[in-house]
Design a protein. Sequence first.
Lengths: 102, 485
Amino acid sequence: MNITIDYFLILSAVMLGAGMYGFFTRRNTLAILISIELILNAADINFAAFNRLCQTGIEGYVFTLFSIAISAAETAIAIAVMINIYRMLKNNYVDELDTLKW
Amino acid sequence: MDYSQFLNMGQELSLLAVILILFVADLFMCTDRKSGKGVLNTPLPVILLTVHTLLGLAPLVCPCCVADATAFGGMYVSSAMAVVVKTILNVGTVIVFLTAHEWLKQPDMANKQGEYYTLTLFTLLGMYFMVSAGHFLMFFIGLELASVPMTALIAYSKKSQESAEAAAKYILTALFSSGLMLYGISLIYGTTGTLYFDQIAPQIHATNLVQLAALVLFIGGIGFKISLVPFHLWTADAYQGAPTTVTSYLSVISKGAAAFVLFVVLYKVFAPIIDQANLLFFWIIIFSITLANIFAVRQNNIKRFMAFSAISQAGYLVLGVMGATPQGLTAIVYYLLVYMAANLGVFLIISITEQRSGGKVNISDYDGFYRTNPKLSFLMTLCLFSLAGIPPFAGFFSKFFMFMAAFKAGFVVLVLIALVNTVISLYYYLLIVKAMYIIPSDEPIPTFKSDGYTKLGLALCTLGVVLIGIISWFYSYIDQFSFGL
């Protein structure tokens, strides 16, 4: 069976949708972070799949590598912020982050 | 490989050198060491950054001999306009460092002040790469380098819950928007097969729905950085929770860089579908200016108030993007310069008042400020008038050129709505002036003397507010570069 580009694109679209849904519905900051990772990985899959389709150069693969490294850095700093919040509030639910509003 | 191409990115290299020097100096001169004398506190970073700014100005002395330089096969493109923008960002950062002096002098801050400078300069480096990007990879790396250390800066007051909360809100929304933008970039790659700005444009077509989706996702990502209305929800919280100097950095420097990049990408990449982009921006600008104005009226915390003021100013800033004309680009850069002077001036006064009065940041705390601190009240009034756009000050001219650019591009209705909103904005800026001059108070903030760094910063900002508008040289100087983009 030949795996066409459609399969990759459907997979990444589903991941994007799941990530966006999770971002808006989850209440735990770590779960929100996981949802964001889904979105970033959806884009990475797109890049790799499109590069496989184009067959010219390795631009997409290289972009994927950089994107993975950058999202790792982002996750690290996001988790650092959350640990800091956990120390103060003893939980990490976004509902509790209500000191600043309006 | 031709290593001489690194010389084309001279400004980035010299900024990197500044960062490395500060990083090493932090090891040996920090105040918690026995021999440390706190040398790092403001003089060293300010002097290094000033030298770096002057070095960067060198190619601008004779405008005729500036040629576009590229590095890494066109991923990095340095134009004369990019150098101008970087210089403006440099000057802004110097003023922010001057603001930070009093805050970093506190005993519990003194031993981690080196981190503040290094992190701030790393975000500046990210903005440099963003401004000079010629490829979406360079653009994305620059964007992330500008926003990841920014989170650490917002969360800088480790013991403050507000600071941590602001950082969490910032990083989560930043990650979400950059994820969506990455998806948009991947769609562009899929439909055109390249990521170089120059090569994409010929393959963009208005009938291609995937590319239109990519445009929307891209505007979402960059709109978050500039804090335009549908993507503005983080702004007020992050501005209020962050330390005041970081707020001033966030409100001017990172916003200005992003607005410039937005123009460049729309002009270079999305040129064939600029009409669709304009339709989007038409509504984004109207909502940004109007909603932010309405929300600003009801604020009491002055930092939060300045956040909504910044959202509305961002709406005016993006007005120059409409039509993507060379005149619009000049208007954006000029607006950025003027806005920087006025906004940093206000934040300097907010910051020094906060430090000297034990953390008072409410507008009602400023009641009777004129009786105790007449000079600061006067300077604050100048800066607020400039932000509102009252004629003798620079803010009037920057708004005028912005409206001219949009008007000539044919957006008459939009200019009219923006004009009406200028009047509304005048009302809420005057609320602060009223608090300082008219409303009496039993316990006004006591009289205090500012330190030398704050005075220097205030002098620079006041000069900017008064002179940039009257001396037409600034506008015509910027204007001569904008046609070569």
